[in-house]
Design a protein around this ligand. Structure first.
Ligand SMILES: [Zn+2]
Length: 444
C-alpha cells in the first residue's frame, strides 16, 4: 500500500449520505455533487461541499478526484448473515425446516475443523468486501473454533464485524448440540477473547427458539445481563410451520416474540431475522423494547417464507427499527444492491413502493442503527470510522446506457439498486485503507 494509515488524504467527488432516517426527517438525506471527504488515522475528519471544505485543507494533503460516473457512499451493513452457509447457497427445493435439516445442519458440522472454518471465513469476508459490505452481523456455528476463525479473519482485514457462536441444545444433529451450561461457558469465553477487541463485537446467538431448551434461553438472557454491551441475534416468525412448532414447544408463551421476551432477550442491540409473520402486538413489543428486525428479502423469496412488510413495520405511531440482511445461505446474493432490488419487489407486492432514498438508508445508516453501531459507522460523518465505497454507476453497458437518461440522484440510486451488483463496487475503504485491490484482480 502506497500510503500509511496516519496520512491525511482527501477524496473529491459526488457523495450520498444520511444524517438520520429519511422517513422521520426530510433533511436526513444528503447529496453533494462536488463533495470532499477527508480521512486520517482511519477516521473521517472532515466532510462537506468541496467549496466549503477546500479552504481548510492544508495544501500538502493529496486529493483523489473521482470521475463523474463515480459516487461515494458509506460501506454497506448486512444485519443478518450466516458465514458457514456460504457453500450451500442455491440449495434446491425446500422451505425453512427441511432446508435446515437437509442442507444447513450438514454443512455446519464441517466447522468442527478449524481449517475448514478458516477457509470459509476468508472467502466469506473477501466476498463481503467485493460487494461493498464492510460490516455484518454474522452467525457462526455451535463450534467455538468457528467463531475464532471468523474473528481472526475479520481482524486481519480490520473490518467492523459482529459475530457469535450459535446456541443449540435440542432438535439438531448431536454433533451440533451444546448444552445450556456449555453454551453459556463457551459464549462467555468467546466474549472475553473477542468482544471489543479491535473492531470486533460479540453477539449472543441462540439460533431460534425451537433449537434451544428453556434452560438455554434463560442462560443466554443471563449472559446478556452480565454483558449488556454485547448484541443478541436470533430468528423470529420466518415461516408458518416454524411458528407453530415454536409455540408448541413453549405453550405458556402468548406469541413467538414472547418466548424471547420471557427470557430477557429483547431490547436495544437485539436483532431478529425476518419477523415476517409478527402480529401487531409483537411489533408493538419490538417498538417498546427497542428490538430491531433484519429484513432479508432474497432469503424470504428463496425459501418461500413470505413478504415482510417494511412499510407497515417502520411507519405509524410505533415504528420498529429495521435493517437489511442478505441471510446467506438461504439468501441468494452477497450484494446489497440485489438485496435492495428484492426488497423493492417485496414492498410492491405489499402495496408500497420503497424509495431509493429509504433503501440506501437501510443499507447504510439504518443498518448500523439496527445494530447499535451508528456512532461508529453507517454514514460519511466527522468522527466516524472511514468505511466507505466508491461506486461506479456505469459499471456495465446497460447501467451506462440507462444512466444517460437519469434526471436526478434519487433516480440514479434507484437504477443502482435495480441493475447494479458487485461490478459497481469499484473501491472499498476500510478504516481509510483501500481493501479490495487484490480482490478486484481476482475478479477479472
Ligand atoms: Zn438466518
Amino acid at each position: 500500500m502506497s500510503h500509511s494509515r496516519g496520512q491525511v488524504r482527501a477524496f473529491r467527488g459526488a457523495y450520498v449520505t444520511y444524517q438520520g432516517n429519511p422517513l422521520a426527517d426530510d433533511q436526513a438525506f444528503v447529496y453533494e455533487s462536488d463533495g470532499l471527504v477527508v480521512v486520517s488515522e482511519g477516521l473521517i475528519i472532515a466532510v462537506g461541499p468541496a467549496t466549503a471544505e477546500l479552504p481548510d485543507l492544508p495544501p500538502s494533503v493529496p486529493i483523489q478526484r473521482l470521475k463523474s460516473h463515480q459516487l461515494m457512499v458509506a460501506g454497506f451493513v448486512d444485519c443478518h448473515v450466516h458465514y458457514p452457509q456460504t457453500q450451500i447457497m442455491g440449495a434446491y427445493g425446500e422451505q425453512l425446516l427441511d432446508w435446515l435439516n437437509q442442507y444447513t445442519f450438514v454443512a455446519e458440522q464441517q466447522f468442527a475443523h478449524p481449517e475448514h472454518a478458516n477457509k470459509v471465513a476468508q472467502f466469506f469476508l473477501d466476498e463481503c468486501l467485493r460487494n461493498g459490505t464492510t460490516t455484518a452481523s454474522v452467525f457462526c456455528t455451535v463450534h467455538p473454533q468457528s467463531v475464532d476463525a471468523f474473528f481472526r479473519a475479520a481482524t486481519a482485514r480490520n473490518m467492523r464485524m459482529i459475530a457469535g457462536k450459535v446456541l443449540m441444545d435440542r432438535h439438531a444433529p448431536d454433533a451440533l448440540l451444546d448444552s445450556a451450561q456449555r453454551g453459556y461457558d463457551e459464549s462467555k469465553a468467546l466474549i472475553n477473547q473477542w468482544h471489543n477487541k479491535g473492531r470486533n463485537a460479540y453477539a449472543i446467538t441462540p439460533r431460534f427458539a425451537p433449537t434451544s431448551t428453556p434452560d438455554q434461553l434463560a442462560a443466554a438472557g443471563a449472559l446478556w445481563q452480565e454483558q449488556p454491551d454485547c448484541l443478541v441475534q436470533s430468528h423470529v416468525a420466518e415461516n408458518p410451520s416454524e411458528i407453530d412448532w415454536a409455540l408448541s414447544l413453549f405453550p405458556d408463551c402468548r406469541n413467538y416474540l414472547d418466548i424471547y421476551d420471557r427470557f430477557g432477550l429483547l431490547g436495544k442491540r437485539a436483532i431478529y431475522g425476518h419477523g415476517i409473520w409478527l402480529s401487531d402486538a409483537e411489533r408493538m413489543r419490538c417498538h417498546e423494547t427497542g428490538t430491531a428486525l433484519a429484513h432479508c428479502p432474497t432469503s424470504n423469496g428463496f425459501l418461500g417464507s413470505g413478504l415482510f412488510d417494511a412499510h407497515k413495520t417502520q411507519s405509524g405511531d410505533h415504528p420498529v427499527t429495521i435493517g437489511l440482511g442478505t441471510d446467506v445461505g438461504a439468501g441468494t446474493s452477497f450484494s446489497m444492491f440485489q438485496t435492495l432490488n428484492e426488497a423493492y419487489k417485496v414492498a410492491q407486492l405489499n402495496g408500497h413502493a420503497m424509495s431509493s432514498i429509504q433503501a440506501f438508508y437501510l443499507a447504510t445508516l439504518g443498518g448500523a442503527k439496527a445494530l447499535g453501531i451508528e456512532g461508529q459507522v453507517g454514514s460519511l460523518s466527522v468522527g466516524k470510522e472511514a468505511d466507505f465505497l466508491v461506486l461506479n454507476m456505469a459499471a456495465t453497458p446497460l447501467m451506462r446506457f440507462r444512466m444517460q437518461t437519469v434526471e436526478d440522484i434519487e433516480e440514479a440510486l434507484f437504477v443502482l439498486m435495480t441493475l447494479a451488483d458487485d461490478r459497481a463496487v469499484e473501491k472499498v475503504y476500510v478504516a481509510g485503507c483501500l481493501a479490495n485491490q487484490d480482490l478486484n484482480a481476482a475478479k477479472n
